[in-house]
Design a protein around this ligand. Sequence first.
Ligand code: PMP
Length: 425
Amino acid sequence: GHLPPEDQALVSRRQQALGPAYRLFYETPVHLVRGEGVWLYDKDGQAYLDTYNNVASVGHCHPRVVEAMTRQAGLFASHTRYLHEGILSYAERLLSYFPQELAHVMFTCTGSEANDLAFRIARAHTGGTGFIVTENAYHGVTHAIAGMSPSLGVGVPLGEHIRTIPAPDPLRMTGDLAQSFAAEVQKAIDDLTRHGIKPAALIVDTVFSSDGVYADPPGFLAAAVQAIHRAGGLFIADEVQPGFGRTGETMWGFQRHGITPDMVSLGKPMGNGYPIAGLVMRPEVIAAFGAKARYFNTFGGNAVAAATANAVLDVIEDEGLMQNAATVGALFRDGLADLATRHSALGPIRAAGLFLGAEIVRNGDPLAADATRTARIVNHLREGGVLISATGPRANVLKIRPPLVFSADNVAFFLDRLEAALQAG
Ligand code: PMP
């Protein structure tokens, strides 16, 4: 790729106006102007298959979502300090997708704020200050949460009282995965305790997106949850990535493990691009926080957000998108496995519904991560009109996360382009 002068000018303006902390995707950045369904279009009308978007989860600019959003924007667009039915009917409907123990929901604008609220509630409920996260986790941008997001790298120091544990990687963890992962949680608990720190919570992304996508075997998280509960800490499921049907069989990633979290954070796909996020919890865990604190989030759960998020649930239901994630996800996984038989660079493949991770390795050795080749493949796909990215601590896992309206034809298109990228070397 070669960046046209107009786009080079935008890159300079970004640096001038937005400063040094932002990053663009790709060697040749993509300049998008429009989206529809699984497709995105750049300013020259070139189409890109969006295989990476778990925000526009029911498809870019879904007409029902846009209609609900704009209709409410024209009626009333204020916050949660006036009586309004929209937020309540949405809250009740959202809670109906959870085990009955999880009976309250609070609204925020971002997943980071939801996790930050969970952080505060966990401290108030347990009296503890220790948090346990996985080694390459990402949970958000606030000071407290960036401090428990090791994937941000050494430039963003971990917070006090944070302990990290290895990801549940079946290639690198020995023995029974559930027991080994739980043993790591126990080691972190013991280390906190040894330092006089009471554990407040274990928080994990239930598909371990930034750690490299780990969903199997179903149920492996249960022992880790027992370990944190035994220590008096809470279990927080970060569903910002897997939530809202993406994993196919269930609405939430934690359900794959047969567990009931104490709190669940939600975000990204909740409003299909409109900023709405939230935290679902057991009423008993917020009692201590609620007795003292007042919570008001100016834009969180505003009337437009509620109408938009409600339309997202309508679409998930009416278009059978959870089922589609299961069937098309299985097809996608099989297609990748088939491709792997012909290309030794394509290593282990992991998936739950339409959340897939495929390792790029050297010489068919599943442990020989190849980050350079992975970056080449991601950029080659971009040139071929397919958007994805890479993840994991070794930056060698293709992270594939298309809108849930993805079709069998879209899978075939993707596999064709991936094969071309693999052949290109
Ligand atoms: N948790 C996870 C697992 C995430 O992937 C993200 C966003 N990438 C967040 C939390 C934070 O969400 P937001 O960017 O909406 O603050």
